[in-house]
Design a protein around this ligand. Structure first.
Ligand code: SAM
Length: 240
């Protein structure tokens, strides 16, 4: 996700207003010095330069354009309520943690975990580790000071370019995140997880329907239209 970074330190993002969908702007920027760059890298850079969410993330101090996906999901489902305890799985570079800290406020707690170290985010605790390992739940619970009100997972591996492989790997992470949520959530809690549309996704959807009061498939506007990415938003955890 580092390539999607909007770039800012541990300062307070968001400025004076909450960001939803940035306004459209003309596709005018072109990469100028592409002599030794691979065509795929040039295409990626052109897309970044002309992506309104990338620009808006930079303007507001969010570390990722992905921050807007959580903003849009939370605007609709209100999973980040003031005072909530939130676990963010796959937190680097920290965009979702920034949004969660803003929304749960000073009485809330936000703990992020990632395989790679995350630059400090003011108001969040950040753990380095594998969220799918057996010790992750205990570490998250200790850092949160109790059960979570919301578990978020934007976990993803680097894309291989092979659709079937990427779908299976993303779904394995989503399944593992669901295990964490089942162990970590307080009754009534919420779970938001990234999935890729494909053969394994309905199975997770059905599993969540058995353990949560409501489950929805959602494609936030900030999720690229040409990707198979979706988020499952499960609310009202039934507990044991
Ligand atoms: C799409 S990025 C997350 C972006 C983040 N939501 C943001 O807004 O900054 C996916 C992250 O998942 C992390 N990840 C993948 N597998 C993981 C695992 N098993 N445990 C923890 N983090 C993992 C990757 O290291 C990567 O940083």
């Amino acid at each position: 996700m580092a390539r999607g970074s909007g770039g800012s330190g541990g300062g307070k993002p968001g400025g004076g207003r909450q960001a939803g969908a940035p306004g459209p702007r003309g596709l005018t920027e072109r990469v100028k010095t592409a002599r030794r760059r691979k065509p795929s890298s040039t295409a990626w850079l052109n897309r970044q330069l002309n992506d309104p969410y990338v620009r808006e993330a930079q303007r507001l101090g969010y570390r990722s354009r992905a921050a807007f996906k959580l903003v849009q999901l939370d605007d609709r489902f209100s999973v980040l309520v003031p005072g909530a305890r939130v676990a963010d799985l796959g937190a680097a570079p920290g965009g979702w943690c920034q949004v969660a800290v803003q929304r749960v406020g000073p009485r809330g707690r936000v703990v992020g975990i990632d395989l790679v170290a995350v630059e400090p985010v003011a108001g969040a605790k950040l753990l380095v580790g594998n969220a799918t390992e057996p010790d992750a739940v205990a570490r998250l619970r200790a850092a949160l000071g109790g059960a979570a009100d919301a578990v978020l997972s934007d976990m993803a591996n680097a894309a291989t370019g092979h659709a079937g492989t990427d779908q299976a790997r993303t779904m394995a992470l989503a399944e593992a995140a669901a295990e964490v949520a089942a162990e970590l959530l307080a009754p009534g809690g919420s779970f938001v997880v990234k999935v890729l549309q494909g053969p394994d996704e309905p199975q997770l959807f059905e599993r969540l329907r058995r353990t949560f009061a409501h489950v929805r498939r959602v494609k936030p506007k900030a999720s690229r239209a040409d990707s198979k990415e979706l988020y499952l938003v499960a609310t009202g955890f039934k507990g044991d």
